[in-house]
Design a protein around this ligand. Structure first.
Ligand code: FPP
Length: 247
Protein backbone atom coordinates (compact mmCIF):
# COMPACT_ATOMS: atom_id res chain seq x y z
CA UNK A 1 0.00 0.00 0.00
CA UNK A 2 2.67 2.50 1.07
CA UNK A 3 4.73 1.76 -2.02
CA UNK A 4 1.71 2.29 -4.32
CA UNK A 5 1.08 5.67 -2.73
CA UNK A 6 4.76 6.56 -3.02
CA UNK A 7 4.59 5.69 -6.70
CA UNK A 8 1.59 8.00 -7.14
CA UNK A 9 3.37 10.80 -5.29
CA UNK A 10 6.37 10.48 -7.59
CA UNK A 11 4.18 10.58 -10.69
CA UNK A 12 2.36 13.69 -9.43
CA UNK A 13 5.71 15.38 -9.03
CA UNK A 14 5.49 18.33 -6.69
CA UNK A 15 6.50 16.91 -3.28
CA UNK A 16 6.14 19.46 -0.44
CA UNK A 17 9.64 20.59 0.51
CA UNK A 18 8.67 21.23 4.12
CA UNK A 19 6.10 19.21 6.05
CA UNK A 20 5.23 20.21 9.62
CA UNK A 21 3.19 18.01 11.94
CA UNK A 22 1.23 18.69 15.12
CA UNK A 23 1.31 15.23 16.67
CA UNK A 24 -1.84 14.93 18.75
CA UNK A 25 -3.93 12.18 20.29
CA UNK A 26 -1.46 10.09 22.30
CA UNK A 27 -3.53 10.48 25.46
CA UNK A 28 -6.80 9.47 23.77
CA UNK A 29 -5.10 6.51 22.12
CA UNK A 30 -3.94 5.31 25.54
CA UNK A 31 -7.34 5.95 27.13
CA UNK A 32 -9.05 3.85 24.45
CA UNK A 33 -6.84 1.02 25.69
CA UNK A 34 -7.33 1.82 29.38
CA UNK A 35 -3.63 2.51 29.72
CA UNK A 36 -1.75 5.50 31.20
CA UNK A 37 -0.98 8.49 28.99
CA UNK A 38 2.72 7.59 28.98
CA UNK A 39 1.81 4.40 27.12
CA UNK A 40 0.37 6.58 24.35
CA UNK A 41 3.47 8.75 24.21
CA UNK A 42 5.67 5.67 23.91
CA UNK A 43 3.56 4.47 20.97
CA UNK A 44 3.82 8.02 19.62
CA UNK A 45 7.58 7.70 19.59
CA UNK A 46 7.31 4.67 17.31
CA UNK A 47 5.10 6.71 14.99
CA UNK A 48 7.80 9.40 14.92
CA UNK A 49 10.37 6.87 13.77
CA UNK A 50 8.11 5.52 11.00
CA UNK A 51 7.13 9.02 9.85
CA UNK A 52 10.72 10.27 9.66
CA UNK A 53 11.64 7.29 7.50
CA UNK A 54 8.57 7.69 5.28
CA UNK A 55 9.13 11.41 4.78
CA UNK A 56 12.66 10.75 3.67
CA UNK A 57 11.47 8.07 1.25
CA UNK A 58 9.05 10.57 -0.31
CA UNK A 59 11.77 13.17 -0.80
CA UNK A 60 10.61 15.67 1.81
CA UNK A 61 13.56 17.98 2.59
CA UNK A 62 12.36 19.48 5.88
CA UNK A 63 10.24 17.69 8.45
CA UNK A 64 9.24 19.63 11.57
CA UNK A 65 7.53 17.88 14.47
CA UNK A 66 5.78 19.61 17.37
CA UNK A 67 6.99 17.36 20.19
CA UNK A 68 6.46 19.49 23.31
CA UNK A 69 4.77 22.87 23.61
CA UNK A 70 5.41 25.58 26.19
CA UNK A 71 1.92 24.84 27.50
CA UNK A 72 2.87 21.18 27.99
CA UNK A 73 5.01 22.24 30.99
CA UNK A 74 1.69 22.58 32.85
CA UNK A 75 0.95 18.86 32.55
CA UNK A 76 1.36 16.65 35.65
CA UNK A 77 5.01 16.33 36.64
CA UNK A 78 5.00 12.57 36.02
CA UNK A 79 3.87 13.02 32.42
CA UNK A 80 6.45 15.76 31.76
CA UNK A 81 9.19 13.52 33.15
CA UNK A 82 7.99 10.63 30.99
CA UNK A 83 8.01 12.80 27.85
CA UNK A 84 11.52 14.06 28.59
CA UNK A 85 12.64 10.48 29.15
CA UNK A 86 11.18 9.50 25.78
CA UNK A 87 13.03 12.31 24.03
CA UNK A 88 16.27 11.06 25.56
CA UNK A 89 15.43 7.50 24.57
CA UNK A 90 14.64 8.62 21.02
CA UNK A 91 18.04 10.32 20.79
CA UNK A 92 19.86 7.25 22.15
CA UNK A 93 18.06 4.85 19.82
CA UNK A 94 17.96 6.86 16.62
CA UNK A 95 21.09 9.03 16.62
CA UNK A 96 23.31 6.60 14.77
CA UNK A 97 20.77 5.65 12.11
CA UNK A 98 19.73 9.25 11.49
CA UNK A 99 23.36 10.18 10.95
CA UNK A 100 23.87 7.22 8.58
CA UNK A 101 20.81 8.22 6.59
CA UNK A 102 21.98 11.81 6.23
CA UNK A 103 19.28 13.32 8.44
CA UNK A 104 20.30 16.54 10.15
CA UNK A 105 18.48 17.09 13.45
CA UNK A 106 17.71 20.56 14.78
CA UNK A 107 15.78 21.63 17.85
CA UNK A 108 13.70 24.81 18.13
CA UNK A 109 12.16 26.20 21.31
CA UNK A 110 13.13 27.55 24.70
CA UNK A 111 15.70 24.93 25.66
CA UNK A 112 16.70 26.84 28.80
CA UNK A 113 13.73 25.21 30.55
CA UNK A 114 14.92 21.65 29.89
CA UNK A 115 16.80 19.60 32.47
CA UNK A 116 20.54 19.19 31.83
CA UNK A 117 20.25 15.53 30.77
CA UNK A 118 17.54 16.12 28.17
CA UNK A 119 19.26 19.25 26.93
CA UNK A 120 22.60 17.44 26.71
CA UNK A 121 21.03 14.58 24.72
CA UNK A 122 19.41 16.99 22.28
CA UNK A 123 22.56 19.08 21.86
CA UNK A 124 24.41 15.81 21.28
CA UNK A 125 22.19 14.67 18.41
CA UNK A 126 22.26 18.13 16.82
CA UNK A 127 26.07 18.09 16.93
CA UNK A 128 26.35 14.48 15.76
CA UNK A 129 24.07 14.90 12.75
CA UNK A 130 25.17 18.39 11.72
CA UNK A 131 25.45 18.81 7.95
CA UNK A 132 23.37 15.70 7.09
CA UNK A 133 22.54 16.34 3.43
CA UNK A 134 19.33 14.36 2.87
CA UNK A 135 16.67 15.77 5.16
CA UNK A 136 16.41 18.17 8.09
CA UNK A 137 14.35 16.93 11.02
CA UNK A 138 13.40 19.80 13.33
CA UNK A 139 12.00 18.95 16.74
CA UNK A 140 9.96 21.76 18.31
CA UNK A 141 10.46 21.30 22.05
CA UNK A 142 9.37 23.71 24.78
CA UNK A 143 8.21 25.67 21.75
CA UNK A 144 5.68 28.48 21.52
CA UNK A 145 5.31 30.59 18.42
CA UNK A 146 4.41 33.84 20.18
CA UNK A 147 7.53 33.57 22.36
CA UNK A 148 9.58 32.86 19.23
CA UNK A 149 8.27 36.10 17.68
CA UNK A 150 8.89 38.06 20.87
CA UNK A 151 12.52 36.80 20.89
CA UNK A 152 12.89 37.89 17.27
CA UNK A 153 11.45 41.35 18.02
CA UNK A 154 13.78 41.72 21.01
CA UNK A 155 16.85 40.71 18.99
CA UNK A 156 16.01 43.26 16.30
CA UNK A 157 15.33 45.96 18.91
CA UNK A 158 18.74 45.29 20.46
CA UNK A 159 20.40 45.73 17.07
CA UNK A 160 18.59 49.05 16.63
CA UNK A 161 19.67 50.09 20.12
CA UNK A 162 23.33 49.28 19.48
CA UNK A 163 23.23 51.09 16.16
CA UNK A 164 23.72 48.14 13.75
CA UNK A 165 20.20 48.37 12.31
CA UNK A 166 17.75 51.15 11.51
CA UNK A 167 13.99 50.47 11.93
CA UNK A 168 13.27 51.05 8.22
CA UNK A 169 15.50 48.04 7.41
CA UNK A 170 13.14 45.71 9.27
CA UNK A 171 11.06 43.94 6.65
CA UNK A 172 9.35 40.55 6.36
CA UNK A 173 12.52 38.81 5.20
CA UNK A 174 14.61 40.13 8.09
CA UNK A 175 11.91 39.29 10.63
CA UNK A 176 11.57 35.76 9.22
CA UNK A 177 15.35 35.33 9.35
CA UNK A 178 15.29 36.31 13.03
CA UNK A 179 12.94 33.44 13.97
CA UNK A 180 14.24 30.05 15.20
CA UNK A 181 13.43 28.80 11.70
CA UNK A 182 15.47 31.56 10.04
CA UNK A 183 17.33 29.29 7.62
CA UNK A 184 14.36 27.13 6.61
CA UNK A 185 11.63 27.57 4.00
CA UNK A 186 8.09 27.96 5.36
CA UNK A 187 6.09 24.72 5.63
CA UNK A 188 4.20 23.79 2.46
CA UNK A 189 1.99 21.32 4.30
CA UNK A 190 0.84 21.19 7.92
CA UNK A 191 -0.65 17.95 9.19
CA UNK A 192 -2.54 17.79 12.46
CA UNK A 193 -3.67 14.45 13.84
CA UNK A 194 -6.63 13.60 16.08
CA UNK A 195 -9.04 15.94 14.33
CA UNK A 196 -8.57 19.12 16.37
CA UNK A 197 -9.11 22.27 14.31
CA UNK A 198 -6.47 24.45 15.97
CA UNK A 199 -2.96 25.75 15.30
CA UNK A 200 -2.06 25.72 19.02
CA UNK A 201 0.62 28.44 18.94
CA UNK A 202 2.68 26.51 16.35
CA UNK A 203 4.69 28.41 13.69
CA UNK A 204 2.10 31.20 13.40
CA UNK A 205 4.28 33.35 11.16
CA UNK A 206 5.61 30.49 9.05
CA UNK A 207 2.18 28.94 8.34
CA UNK A 208 0.78 32.03 6.57
CA UNK A 209 0.34 30.24 3.20
CA UNK A 210 0.68 26.62 4.30
CA UNK A 211 -1.84 24.01 3.13
CA UNK A 212 -3.61 22.37 6.08
CA UNK A 213 -4.41 18.68 6.35
CA UNK A 214 -6.38 17.63 9.43
CA UNK A 215 -6.84 13.92 9.96
CA UNK A 216 -8.91 12.16 12.65
CA UNK A 217 -6.17 9.52 13.03
CA UNK A 218 -4.62 9.57 16.51
CA UNK A 219 -0.86 10.14 16.39
CA UNK A 220 0.23 6.64 17.54
CA UNK A 221 -1.77 5.18 14.62
CA UNK A 222 -0.23 7.57 12.09
CA UNK A 223 2.08 5.87 9.62
CA UNK A 224 3.54 6.07 6.11
CA UNK A 225 0.16 5.55 4.42
CA UNK A 226 -1.31 8.55 6.26
CA UNK A 227 1.69 10.72 5.43
CA UNK A 228 1.54 9.74 1.79
CA UNK A 229 -2.24 10.29 1.74
CA UNK A 230 -1.69 13.82 3.09
CA UNK A 231 0.97 14.51 0.45
CA UNK A 232 -1.35 13.29 -2.32
CA UNK A 233 -4.09 15.54 -0.91
CA UNK A 234 -1.60 18.43 -1.00
CA UNK A 235 -0.67 17.63 -4.60
CA UNK A 236 -4.32 17.97 -5.65
CA UNK A 237 -4.53 21.51 -4.25
CA UNK A 238 -3.97 24.67 -6.22
CA UNK A 239 -1.67 26.96 -4.26
CA UNK A 240 -2.39 30.58 -5.04
CA UNK A 241 -0.64 32.53 -2.26
CA UNK A 242 -3.51 35.04 -2.43
CA UNK A 243 -3.17 35.58 -6.17
CA UNK A 244 -5.33 34.60 -9.12
CA UNK A 245 -3.71 31.93 -11.27
CA UNK A 246 -3.58 32.43 -15.05
CA UNK A 247 -5.88 29.92 -16.80
C1 FPP B 1 0.01 15.07 21.98
O1 FPP B 1 -0.82 14.08 22.49
C2 FPP B 1 1.40 14.67 21.99
C3 FPP B 1 2.36 15.23 22.78
C4 FPP B 1 2.06 16.28 23.75
C5 FPP B 1 3.75 14.78 22.78
C6 FPP B 1 4.29 14.23 21.50
C7 FPP B 1 5.37 13.30 21.85
C8 FPP B 1 5.68 12.16 21.20
C9 FPP B 1 5.02 11.77 19.98
C10 FPP B 1 6.69 11.22 21.75
C11 FPP B 1 8.11 11.62 21.74
C12 FPP B 1 8.53 12.56 20.67
C13 FPP B 1 9.65 12.43 19.93
C14 FPP B 1 10.02 13.50 18.96
C15 FPP B 1 10.55 11.28 20.04
P1 FPP B 1 -1.73 14.42 23.75
O2 FPP B 1 -1.05 13.88 24.96
O3 FPP B 1 -2.05 15.86 23.79
O4 FPP B 1 -2.99 13.57 23.41
P2 FPP B 1 -4.51 13.88 23.81
O5 FPP B 1 -4.87 15.18 23.15
O6 FPP B 1 -5.25 12.71 23.23
O7 FPP B 1 -4.56 13.93 25.30
Amino acid sequence: MASDLLQRIRISGDVPRHVAIIMDGNGRWARERSRPREFGHRAGMRAVRATVEAAQEAGVEFLTLFAFSQENWHRPQGEVTALMGLLELYVRREQRELKEKGVEVRVIGDLSRLGPRTRGALEGIVEHTRGGPKMRLTLAISYGSRTEMVHAARALAERVQNGTLVPAEIDEALFAASLYTGDMPDPDLLIRTSGELRISNFMLWQLAYTELHITPVLWPDFGPDHLYGAILDYQRRERRFGRVLAS
